[in-house]
Design a protein around this ligand. Structure first.
Ligand SMILES: *Cc1c(COP(=O)(O)O)cnc(C)c1O
Length: 409
């Protein structure tokens, strides 16, 4: 059993980072894996972009405020978090759209192969986008979804691309990126990694792991705000050959030459499509400055300590309430959230949220709790478990208000 004293005594080199965030008092925010909180810097940057750059600078701000470079400069800030070179990452669009772009490009680089292999039970949009692509390409292209443990045996010479989400959105289980990339390369397949639940939470070594392509999310652990732009990574060895299908003018080598004929940009801008959503990009770019001077190894260490503390306290304090841990107990095998299932999961999470512990629910029965070392303390974890315990012991979740599902869960 961990004592309160031990919790308070944990050395925490990241403690000061919490000041960078605007977090409401009394709330234990355990959902940074779904929507990161507001960094003060993001609010200030958006206010300035609206009132000065848009309001006063008007169209001139594309040059004077360098709006035009934002996708590249923002991508460069993400690169060190994912073990990439600055010029291999660019920000744009959504994870879904970027999956389409890179999966289409990858399949084109492996002519004669017609299978895109992915994990059954992955975050649905990833598979849906692949389905749309396979449908457009027509027969014999197909998306093969297989159970996590069967992926390696399904890596055959028919496979053009293996798409995996590095940290699973429900269980939090984490793939060994280097091992899976090697297995894919052994049969000549390319790899596309979805880093939505990894970036800013676990150290990622794209180059070192031999990953070919990656996409990731700006609004989760990167705190870029609701619907923040996503990012794409293309290993520089592939950049020349890469042809992505959404060839909008922002991916042209000279968008402002207004030529009829299309020539892709020579750099990562070839992965863009249309005009940058400047306000969202400004928010993400400023949010990323919070990471300046932060060592991702420290982040991982604290994340593992927080999640371990949470699992230990949760299981000891809530032992007889019917929760099942679905996240791997082995620290190295999990990302930065912890999931328990419970038959009354939805109502319990609503009651927890009202008690000031904000996690989330994923159908059909999963309660997710995220760990974000930049703004959570060890003491927060103990308080959160105490409040969840109160919700359970007082059966507060049985209240009829907590049974109604909103449009977003
Ligand atoms: C959050 C998340 C997404 C989000 O996709 P959008 O198109 O940006 O809405 C995609 N895939 C995974 C695995 C995610 O966790």
């Amino acid at each position: 059993m961990i004592t309160d004293l031990q919790i308070a005594d944990q050395p925490d080199p990241l403690r000061h980072c919490r000041e960078a965030f605007d977090l409401p008092d009394g709330i234990l925010y355990m959902n940074g894996n779904s929507l990161g909180p507001l960094p003060h810097a993001a609010r200030d940057a958006v206010a300035k972009a609206v009132s000065d750059e848009w309001g006063k600078g008007l169209i001139r701000s594309w040059n004077t405020a360098d709006w035009y470079s934002l996708p590249s400069t923002t991508g460069a800030k993400i690169a060190p978090l994912i073990g990439a070179k600055a010029h291999e990452v660019i920000c744009a669009d959504t994870v879904s759209i970027n999956i389409f772009k890179l999966a289409a490009a990858a399949v084109k680089m492996r002519p004669g192969r017609h299978v895109i292999l992915t994990e059954a039970g992955n975050f649905p949009t990833d598979g849906y986008m692949l389905d749309g692509l396979a449908d457009m390409l027509g027969k014999p292209f197909e998306v093969r979804r297989v159970a996590r443990e069967d992926i390696e045996e399904h890596l055959t010479e028919e496979v053009a691309l293996l798409l995996l989400t590095h940290v699973h959105y429900v269980s939090g289980a984490m793939f060994d990126m280097a091992a899976m990339s090697t297995a894919a390369h052994t049969v000549g397949a390319l790899t596309l990694w979805d880093l939505s639940h990894s970036t800013g939470a676990v150290p990622v070594a794209l180059r070192q792991s031999g990953a070919d392509f990656a996409v990731g999310c700006g609004y989760k652990y990167l705190n870029g705000g609701p619907g923040a732009p996503a990012f794409l990574y293309v290993s520089h060895e592939h950049l020349n050959a890469l042809q992505q299908p959404l060839t909008g003018w922002f991916s042209h080598s000279a968008p402002f030459a207004f030529e009829d004929s299309y020539t892709p940009a020579a750099d990562m801008r070839k992965c863009l499509t249309g005009t940058t959503g400047v306000l969202g990009m400004v928010a993400l770019s400023a949010a990323l400055d919070v990471w300046h001077g932060v060592n991702i190894i420290e982040v991982r260490k604290k994340s593992v300590d927080l999640s371990t503390l949470f699992i230990d306290l949760f299981e000891s304090e809530l032992a007889h309430h019917g929760f099942q841990l679905v996240t791997p107990r082995t620290q190295a095998e999990r990302g930065s959230h912890v999931t328990f299932t419970h038959t009354n999961g939805y109502a319990i999470m609503q009651a927890c949220i009202d008690a000031g512990v904000i996690g989330d629910f994923r159908a059909p029965n999963a309660l997710r709790f995220g760990f974000a070392p930049l703004y959570q303390s060890y003491a927060d974890i103990a308080v959160a478990v105490d409040r969840i315990k109160e919700v359970m012991e007082q059966s507060r979740w049985r209240h009829p208000d907590y049974q109604q599902k909103g449009a977003v869960t």
